[in-house]
Design a binder for this molecule. Sequence first.
Ligand code: NDP
Length: 498
Amino acid sequence: MATTTAPVQLDRNVTEFLRQPRKMLIGGKWVDAVSGKTFETCNPATGDALARVAEGDAADIDLAVKAARRAFEDGPWPNMSPAERCRLLWKLSDLMDQHKEEFAELETLDNGKPVFFSRIVDVPQAIEMFRYYSGWATKVEGTTVPISSPLGKFFAYTLREPVGVVGQIIPWNFPLIMASWKLAPALAAGCTVVLKPAEQTPLTALLLGELIMEAGFPDGVVNIVPGFGETAGAALAGHPDVDKIAFTGSTEVGKLIVKAATGNLKKVSLELGGKSPNIVFADADLSTAIPGSASAIFFNQGQCCTAGSRLFAHKSVFDKVIAGVADEARKFRIGPGIDPSTNQGPVVSKEQLDRICSYLESGKREGAKAVVGGNKILGNGYFVEPTVLVDVKPQMKVVREEIFGPVVTAIPFDDPEEIVKFANDTVYGLASAVWTRDISKAHKMAAKLRAGTVWINCYNVFDPALPFGGFKQSGWGREMGYDAIELYTEVKSVCAQL
Ligand code: NDP
């Protein structure tokens, strides 16, 4: 593993953005927190302070919900035609495109991810999400329904209406992408929103807020309140005037969101953790399966809810697959994400680094062996070595729990029936993958895997049109595609006697 250190000149607008303390967006205005409090975000590559941000809590959430309610019920938003909403979403995507370098650099500085990936994955995917859902704004339709009542003749139809004021709580691993997955369908459906970004990574959501206002969205349609989960997040999840809460994050906090939502029985959608099986059969094309399996776990420093963190390889190819994935890990250029030659950055925070290291310790204590990696990288930033663990047993913590770091456990298998049992032996069910040249086997596996996504001979392929979400404790509901329009709408039946 090599390290990178090249000095980098930041975009002028990024330097300016970081210099100013960042406010929150409520009712179309950039305001300080009611408490006057602020917090610092840090650069995970150095541990240094990056920007100062207004710290929202329950009082600010309440103001933001009131602004969202006003915008939902009065003013221009509810009277806008679907075509006008379509044009606003498209205009926002164009503005994002004009600011794509600022987004990429800010995302990298705040989260740590290599700017190479921010440029080719995070920013373009977020822009495409708004483009895709701008098209849906004009296609949210009801149906006509034949009625068979003996009481007479009726004309009945359904309307699909926005669910109302939506609270959205997002994590730090793909901050801009997560903001776009949440905002784009909600706005296409005609909802108004209070968005709470993660405390570690609020910056790109705040830049997005500026462009939302520049695009011409009416005041209060989108409100952005940075702050902490236990205060701002909990207040949003429990707020009696929020109609729906959409959350992405840990399964543990997902359960708290469900409890908080019971007060007014707001609708809830959840995209939670995973421990995804990545299965390499003996007949796989190893020239794609090996780099694909490495990328499945190491992409984004392993901080993906879909990370292929349990690698199963047929015993006849196990040694070759493990050696190949370990070689891929050794090739990484590790360093500050802002260096364009880096392809493995720091993890997001000291807390996350400590958490990953405690899993590495637990693995070693329980008898796992690191073929490559296994340690944190000393220095000021939050770096950890990409790690492949072998000699692991199904009951070990490293096999059962989401590590959310660049750590994969590798297990050989023999019998194809047994592998289905192994793969499904988890409380999670977010994603999975199979690598094989046998198309029939691939589709049989796809039917048997209990996961919201099955990738065949690929990994982490996303598209705004392809629904995404989890079985079991990986979540409720599906984001993207038409499924996300359903998340943000209510169906109303209208029945008229003729
Ligand atoms: P959390 O689930 O705590 O964070 C996700 C979001 O929820 C953040 O905006 C957070 O706020 C907010 N939040 C935290 N507590 C509450 C609460 N009581 N009520 C409402 N909102 C709340 O994840 P962590 O950052 O703590 O990461 C811990 C683990 O979670 C990771 O190691 C990983 O396993 C998993 N995770 C999974 C993700 C996924 O995509 N499925 C994404 C991120 C983490 P804030 O951070 O601002 O305090």
